[in-house]
Design a protein around this ligand. Structure first.
Ligand code: DON
Length: 340
């Protein structure tokens, strides 16, 4: 566990100056949120992928990264975990970049399902998965971005995420093996998609691509940078590299806003009001468009499969910094206002 004294606001040399007062104000809010929820023990660590059950339930990390490259951290922000469903927005972005919206949206819809993430169903009106954030939609998307040989598509995905994080990422092969062995529900979804004509007959390859995507190791800092890269019109805040074609980010963030927290998405939209994505490993990342990225991690999950302390921390961050997309009652305290 990181001690308070180890945490500090860091900034790249290329970033505009932030006054020490401002840095300390932002850091204090993040520290306060961390200590407020540090001892919450509600929720349970996911075990349906057996390897995920080995996560340390005490881990709790927060990271906030601005589009200028200022980084604020608390707790176990460097603890690594697999990205799981937080890979889905990035895979959707890659499909849009590779095939364009017309073809991509023939394979997946844009509507919230209101169902659990692993629901074995298609939208009865369209015959497609409801959206790219549920497993059915993500497996359809994995089928669209897989390559031959399969390793090439997996490498392209890991490489894309690495550029968004600003460091070299890799796959956790124990988690990958664990999900490959036990993922019969996803296999059922894969064959449902084949039967519906949504994916080609290379079902196993689509699943291999999907399981590998879910097994990329990240930490809160990576998530915050990936989110800040989305917020920064697709450009990484400190490397300056263009990672995402910005014309598709509006599709990705819109679907994250309406579907990113599954059957909690409506409550999330009201309480936090940001495009975001959760994963069963216990991470959540959120995007404040043109301003910053948030990454939080705490492996204990609620009944919807979302991180309990992660949601609490995001709620407080949004309220303290005035980040809610539709919040105009607090202009004076908005993060944007602070930075001006
Ligand atoms: O397919 C699965 O079940 C996992 N690899 C990912 C699910 C997930 O992260 C759902 N998020 N809350």
């Amino acid at each position: 566990m990181q001690g308070a004294q180890d945490r500090q606001a860091t900034q790249s040399s290329a970033s505009p100056a932030m006054t020490p007062w401002l840095e300390s104000q932002i850091q204090k809010v993040i520290d306060d949120i961390y200590y407020k929820y540090k001892d919450v023990e509600d929720g349970v660590v996911a075990t349906y992928i057996p390897e995920l059950g080995k996560a340390n339930p005490k881990h709790f990390g927060i990271c906030l990264t601005t589009v200028e490259g200022h980084v604020f951290t608390a707790g176990d922000y460097e603890a690594e975990f697999t990205i799981q469903s937080m890979s889905k927005p990035f895979a959707f972005q890659m499909a849009l970049e590779k095939h364009g919206p017309h073809k991509t949206l023939q394979h997946v819809g844009l509507e919230p399902s209101g169902e659990a993430f692993n629901s074995i169903e298609l939208d009865p009106r369209t015959g497609r998965p409801f959206n790219p954030m549920v497993n059915a939609g993500a497996i359809a998307i994995a089928s669209l971005i897989k390559q031959s040989p399969i390793e090439a598509g997996i490498s392209a995905f890991v490489e894309k995420l690495s550029r968004a994080a600003g460091r070299h990422l890799s796959i956790d092969h124990s988690v990958l093996a664990s999900e490959t062995e036990t993922g019969n529900r996803n296999r059922a979804i894969g064959y449902l998609l084949l039967n519906a004509g949504i994916i080609d007959e290379q079902v196993q390859q689509a699943l291999d691509q999907y399981f590998a995507q879910c097994s990329v190791l990240v930490n809160c800092r990576d998530l915050a940078f990936m989110a800040a890269t989305m917020a920064n019109i697709g450009n990484h805040p400190t490397t300056g590299q263009n990672v995402f074609d910005f014309q598709f980010l509006k599709y990705v963030m819109a679907v994250m806003f309406s579907c990113g927290l599954y059957d909690y998405a409506g409550n999330w939209a009201v309480e936090v009001g940001l495009p975001a994505k959760s994963g069963v490993s216990g991470g959540i990342f959120g995007v404040v468009n043109r301003q910053l990225g948030i990454g939080v991690y705490s492996p204990r999950l609620d009944a919807q499969g979302n991180s309990v302390r992660g949601i609490m921390a995001c709620r407080d961050l949004a309220s303290h910094f005035g980040l809610h997309t539709f919040d105009f009652s607090n202009v004076g305290s908005s993060f944007m206002q602070w930075l001006l």
